[in-house]
Design a protein around this ligand. Structure first.
Ligand SMILES: O=C(O)CCC(=O)C(=O)O
Ligand SMILES: [Fe+2]
Length: 356
C-alpha cells in the first residue's frame, strides 16, 4: 500500500485514520499523500529561538486589574497566552488527556463506529486530517469532535464510555474560565456580555480530541496546518512532556514562529477570528500550526467557544463609536463556517475574505 490513492482509500474511505495506518504498517518513509509543499513545512530557520514571547498569566485572582491588563495585552499582541492557577487541578487535566488517549487506544473497529457521516452519535464524530475531501495533501492527525448541548436531554448518551465522563466534566470546568476571560476582553472594549451578544460570544461549545501518531518523517509533514481558529476563544490542553509541537505566528506579516511550550497544569488560550472581527482588529486571532514527532504520539484537547450558526458577526457598536470604520463586512456565522470548512487549512484566508 504505497500508492497515494491506496493510502488515502485506507485512511479516509475505509475509515482507519492515520492512527490505523501507523498501527497497520511499519512505515519507514512518509507516504506521498502526506508530503507537504516546502512553504507549508515548519523548518528550523522559521522558528524563533526563545519561547519567552508566549505570556504565562497567573489568574489566581481574577479581580486583580493586572490580570485583566496582562490578558488584554496578550490578546492584542500575540493573540495567545497560557494561564496557570486557574482552579482546575492538574490531576483533572491529566484525566482528560488520559481519556483522549483511551479513546484512540480503542480497537480500530470500535473507533470506526464514530466515523463522521455514520457515527453512532449525533454529537460526537471522528475524522482524519482536517477536511480530507478538500485536501490534496493530508494532515498527520485524527480527531474526535464533541458538541456540548446541555439543554438537550441525553446529549452525551452515545459518547464513548471510555471518555464520556471526563469530557462532560471538562466542558463544565472550562466554561466558567472561558466566561471570565471573555468578560475581561469585552469589558476592555467598553462593552458587556448581555442578551444582545451572548449567543455570538458563547452560544456554542465544542471539544476536540486531537491525536497525532508518531510520524516517519516529521520534516515533510504537518500535524495541523496553519490556521487561525474561527470561533471566539479556544482553551487548549497540551500533554505534559518534552515535545515542542504547537507554534504560533510571531507577527502578523512575518514567517517567524514561536513555540508554545507545554507547562504542567497550564491551559493555552488563543483568540479566534470572531474576537478579531468584534474588536475591529484590537484583538488578534493568531495563526498556529502543529508539528509531529518521529518517536512519540501526542494528544491535545481544545475547547472551542463560539457563536451560534445564525449569529451575525460584525464589529461591536462600542468599538465603532468614534466614527471608526468597520474593517469587516457583516456575515452570518454559518456562511463563515461554510467558507472555512470548504477549503484546506490556509492561514487566515477566511477572515481576509470579509475585510472591507
Ligand atoms: O494540537 C494542538 O496543539 C492545536 C490544535 C489546533 O490548533 C486545533 O485543533 O484547532
Ligand atoms: Fe487551532
Amino acid at each position: 500500500m504505497t500508492r497515494t490513492t491506496d493510502v488515502r482509500d485506507f485512511v479516509v474511505n475505509q475509515r482507519n485514520g492515520v492512527k490505523g495506518l501507523v498501527d497497520t504498517l511499519k512505515l519507514t518513509t512518509l507516504p506521498s499523500a502526506y508530503i507537504q509543499p516546502p512553504q507549508e513545512r515548519l523548518t528550523s530557520e522559521k522558528i524563533l529561538s526563545s519561547s519567552s514571547q508566549v505570556p504565562v498569566i497567573d489568574v489566581s485572582n481574577w479581580m486583580d486589574p493586572n490580570v485583566a491588563k496582562e490578558i488584554c495585552d496578550a490578546a492584542t499582541k500575540l493573540g495567545l497566552f497560557q494561564i496557570v492557577n486557574h482552579g482546575i487541578a492538574q490531576e483533572e487535566l491529566k484525566a482528560v488527556i488520559a481519556a483522549a488517549r483511551g479513546f484512540f487506544e480503542l480497537p480500530a473497529e470500535e473507533r470506526r463506529r464514530y466515523w463522521r457521516g455514520s457515527s453512532v452519535s449525533e454529537t460526537a464524530w471522528l475524522t482524519t486530517s482536517f477536511n480530507p475531501l478538500k485536501e490534496s495533501i493530508l494532515e498527520w492527525r485524527d480527531f474526535l469532535k464533541f458538541e456540548y448541548l446541555p439543554q438537550q436531554h441525553d446529549f452525551a448518551a452515545t459518547w464513548p464510555s471510555v471518555c464520556k465522563e471526563q469530557v462532560i466534566d471538562h466542558f463544565e470546568r472550562i466554561k466558567p474560565i472561558t466566561k471570565k476571560i471573555l468578560d475581561i476582553l469585552i469589558s476592555n472594549l467598553n462593552s458587556t456580555i448581555d442578551k444582545s451578544n451572548e449567543e455570538t460570544l458563547m452560544g456554542t461549545t465544542r471539544m476536540n480530541f486531537n491525536y497525532y501518531p508518531e510520524c516517519p518523517d516529521p520534516s515533510l509533514a504537518v500535524g495541523t496546518g496553519r490556521h487561525s481558529d474561527i470561533n471566539t476563544l479556544t482553551l487548549l490542553l497540551q500533554e505534559d512532556g518534552v515535545l515542542s509541537s504547537l507554534y504560533a505566528r510571531a507577527t502578523e506579516d512575518g514567517d517567524e514562529w514561536v513555540n508554545v511550550p507545554p507547562i504542567p497544569g497550564a491551559i493555552v488560550v488563543n483568540i479566534g477570528d470572531v474576537l478579531q472581527i468584534l474588536s475591529n482588529n484590537r484583538y488578534r486571532s493568531v495563526e498556529h500550526c502543529v508539528v509531529v514527532n518521529k518517536f512519540c504520539s501526542r494528544v491535545s484537547v481544545p475547547v472551542f467557544c463560539g457563536p451560534v450558526h445564525d449569529a451575525v458577526i460584525e464589529p461591536l457598536p462600542e468599538v465603532l463609536q468614534n466614527n471608526e470604520v468597520a474593517g469587516y463586512r457583516n456575515i452570518v456565522y454559518s456562511d463563515y463556517l461554510k467558507d472555512f470548512f470548504g477549503r484546506p487549512h490556509d492561514g487566515k484566508t477566511t477572515i481576509e475574505s470579509i475585510k472591507t
